[in-house]
Design a protein. Structure first.
Length: 396
């Protein structure tokens, strides 16, 4: 049993009865028992009733991450094994089992394992601890993954900003097995992509957009497509191979990303894909000034807001980017516009698009609203897991 407990402030109980896993410092009245960072701790209502059990971290605004709502359950090795096994079984049931493919095996709060991300690329695993609670338990987590899934290797990746916020001090690199000697090749929708497990963005590839790439492509037959923030070219190549687009121009600020996208196009025999380096805003403004037009534009920018206080600025950036895209679109053009900023709500994003329609005097019809792929499920108790928005629109 934990030697410490945290007592909630009055009127702060409801989210945790609904099993929201984050207890912010502002929700806590006092802490009893002098817990060390990383220790188990019980959450108690202001009236004294037991609520849940989690892990304490005085260095984070998320003071406690909750993991169990069963009184008496210890967060021991057996707990982590049960929950990881359940997450792996879900992915098997979804059909993500081919060893030439990639998928997310564990998705943090969506799998009741706050602060733990595990991605599989072929049979090489990338683990990203996003909380002190999981960072200090990596040996036990690694052992469970090895026992249950027999990976060829396990590599640790750490997001520098998250690590600072959580007080995580951890080295990036392989901690089990034999890592690939360089980039490895995965298959998605019949396309082959090169993935660098150590140097790529996030864990190497944006797995959450898997089904959105396929579905968006189905609207792009015969069209000339501009893919903005294309990264390694996955939306672009899906547009050509899956959607039979006529031509794609991919744009990214990263020279490394553009080089990888070019290599992926060559790997798949798709010469109709062009990739160029440039700032998304400046490039779109230059193309608009030159009178260039496209019959489809894809926007998949990086996260513009990491917290709610950054949302107004983020929405201004989304508005500017989407307005430029709409101004480049021919009448009847397709706009695929995305946001991975969890703090920007779906209704915020829709309202932003309405503002773009008003300013450009164009009609924007939303044909589909989409989210992340099924291996990134939404936990209704934690709406923050519904971070990805993908709107497929027709612009008149």
């Amino acid at each position: 049993m934990p030697a410490a407990c945290a007592i909630l402030r009055p009127r702060k109980l409801t989210p945790f009865l609904n099993r929201h896993p984050w207890v912010l410092d502002s929700a806590i009245s006092k802490v009893q028992g002098d817990p060390a960072d990383g220790d188990e701790i019980d959450l108690v209502a202001d009236g004294g009733s037991w609520v849940a059990r989690g892990v304490y971290n005085s260095q984070s605004r998320i003071r406690i991450r909750l993991y169990s709502w069963q009184a008496g359950e210890s967060l021991d090795g057996g707990f982590w094994r049960r929950h990881i096994e359940r997450a792996l079984e879900l992915r098997r049931s979804l059909g993500y089992g081919r060893l030439d493919e990639a998928c997310r095996l564990v998705y943090s709060e969506a799998d009741s394992l706050s602060g733990l991300i595990v991605d599989r690329f072929r049979n090489h695993f990338v683990v990203q601890p996003t909380a002190l609670a999981t960072a200090i338990r990596l040996p036990a987590i690694t052992a469970v993954l090895v026992e249950l899934a027999q990976p060829d290797s396990i590599t640790i990746r750490a997001d520098a900003l998250i690590a600072r916020r959580e007080g995580i001090r951890i080295d990036t690199g392989c901690i089990f097995g034999t890592p690939p000697g360089g980039p490895i090749e995965i298959c998605e929708h019949g396309l082959r992509y090169s993935v660098n497990l150590l140097e790529g963005q996030k864990t190497g590839f944006y797995l959450d957009q898997r089904e959105n790439r396929r579905r968006a492509a189905e609207f792009l037959a015969g069209r000339r497509v501009l893919d903005v923030c294309c990264y390694s070219g996955s939306f672009s190549l899906a547009a050509l191979r899956v959607g039979s687009a006529a031509e794609v121009v991919g744009l990214d600020v990263s020279e490394t990303a553009v080089r990888t996208a070019q290599e992926n196009a060559q790997r798949n025999g798709l010469p109709a894909a062009q990739f160029v380096t440039g700032d998304c805003f400046q490039s779109l403004e230059q193309r608009r000034a030159a009178g260039e037009t496209f019959s489809a534009v894809i926007l998949d920018p990086p996260k513009f807001a990491r917290s709610r206080d950054q949302v107004p600025e983020a929405l201004r950036a989304y508005h500017r980017l989407n307005r430029l895209a709409v101004e480049l679109l021919e009448p009847g053009g397709i706009l695929v516009t995305c946001s991975c900023s969890g703090s920007v709500l779906r209704e915020d994003f829709a309202s932003m698009l309405l503002g773009v329609a008003t300013k450009t005097r164009r009609t924007i019809r939303v044909l589909e609203q989409r989210g992340a792929a099924p291996d990134h499920p939404l936990n209704l108790a934690c709406p923050e897991t519904d971070y990805l928005k993908c709107f497929i629109c027709r612009v008149e």
